[in-house]
Design a protein around this ligand. Structure first.
Ligand code: AMP
Length: 380
């Protein structure tokens, strides 16, 4: 399939070509025609699947040739993600008259008010807190909004933004088109979706395949041997790099990081108490190779961009299937290979059944040859 057969207007096909994209990804091929027809849509797709293009391109197509007013809102969970979406939006708007803007709480509100006063914006990428603040200050109104996108909606709900989103929904025209993208659909998000969307078309890429191009494996191992097995798994590929290790509890993350440090790995922990900037810096160090391993909990990894991380290790079996898909679905790239290893002690087996039901297939069990699974705690 090619971009020009999807029904996109010439300036957008030109922008896509300028970005170096040749073929649409699966989510783009499925979602673009549905959105062009004006339908509401729920797209279940993780980062890395190309979902940003899947909503921006047809969204822009529907806005071309219209009046210059605030006509599309793209909500993202974090400022970091907003910046990524905005970059794509600017690229796609290159050969059009559309004006793209971004607002979040990390930049001064006065500058943002000035942007609306002096230039105007057609497509606004925003975090919901600042968007509502600007509305309260009468810097903008939502009367002409035709399209609302909720991007990474599960992360928004996870970060406690559902109340603000509901507030916003009340302020938007009911005639708008609403597009919701999310890697997972927890119950609270399903409720929100029912309130926000009308007869949505569903495009689901997460199940049964949580993320294509990623090899999944379960290593069954007694709890007291997990660190030894992890060391062997890491060192067996020769060069250890770009690895993120998830543990359930913060204390567990600290302990594990200390043990890995003793084994001479360049490792850092992401702490719930560390600032967003510090956590982003650690991820950057990981991607650039200054760190080999980052140890984190689900909570600390919230709001961080994991795309581009090559190896995900679950040191514990994630407590819910959504956590599993979330951790793994956010790593990797559409064109890259990654792997996702889960270390499972016998007592954790019960969580796995739910995960396999959710992803719709069995995850292979793997044994590491030459590893002594019989070692007793006293022999370590
Ligand atoms: P996303 O899931 O939207 O965050 O996209 C993940 C990455 O894939 C981004 O770096 C995009 O630039 C890239 N990408 C998205 N769609 C395509 C495409 N059709 N062809 C090539 N790269 C793409």
């Amino acid at each position: 399939m090619m971009f020009n057969t999807l029904g996109l207007p010439a300036p957008l096909v030109q922008a896509v070509r300028a970005a170096g994209w040749t073929d649409p990804t699966t989510i783009q091929g499925k979602a673009i025609p549905v959105i062009l027809q004006g339908n509401d849509l729920i797209g279940n797709a993780p980062s890395g699947s190309g979902k940003t293009g899947a909503f921006l391109l047809p969204g822009f197509a529907r806005l071309l040739d219209g009046p210059q007013k605030l006509r599309a809102l793209v909500l993202t969970p974090t400022r970091e993600h907003a910046a990524q979406v905005e970059t794509h939006a600017r690229d796609f708007a290159r050969f059009t008259e559309l004006r793209v803007g971004m607002v979040h709480t990390a930049a001064p509100i006065a500058n943002q008010e000035k942007m609306f006063r002096d230039q105007g914006v057609d497509v606004l990428v925003a975090t919901v807190d600042r968007l509502l603040e600007l509305h309260e200050r009468k810097a903008l109104d939502f009367e002409d909004v035709e399209i609302l996108v909720l991007d990474e909606a599960d992360r928004m709900v996870d970060m406690g933004q559902a109340t603000d989103i509901r507030k916003l929904l009340k302020l938007l025209p009911e005639t708008r088109q609403t597009l919701l993208f999310s890697a997972t659909m927890p119950a609270e998000l399903n409720r929100l979706a029912k309130e926000a969307l009308i007869e949505p078309v569903r495009v689901d890429l997460t199940s049964p395949q949580p993320s294509a191009g990623i090899t999944h494996a379960i290593y069954q191992v007694p709890k007291h041997l997990k660190i030894q097995l992890l060391d062997r798994l890491l060192s067996r590929s020769g060069e250890v790099r770009s690895t993120i290790v998830f543990t359930r509890q913060r204390e567990g993350a600290d302990r594990l990081a200390r043990q890995l440090e003793r084994l001479k790995y360049a490792v850092a922990t992401l702490h719930e108490r560390k600032s967003q900037t510090e956590r982003e810096r650690a991820m950057e160090d990981l991607k650039r190779g200054r760190l080999q391993i980052v140890v984190t909990t689900d909570l600390a990894a919230r709001g961080l961009e994991l795309a581009g991380v090559a190896h995900v290790v679950n040191f514990d079996v994630p407590p819910t299937p959504e956590d599993y898909v979330h951790r793994i679905g956010r790593a990797g790239r559409p064109d890259a290979q990654g792997d996702a290893f889960t270390l499972m002690a016998p007592e954790e087996q019960r969580h796995l059944a739910a995960i396999e039901r959710f992803v719709g297939r069995a995850i292979p069990r793997v044994m590491l040859p030459d590893f002594d699974y019989q070692l007793k705690p006293s022999q370590l």
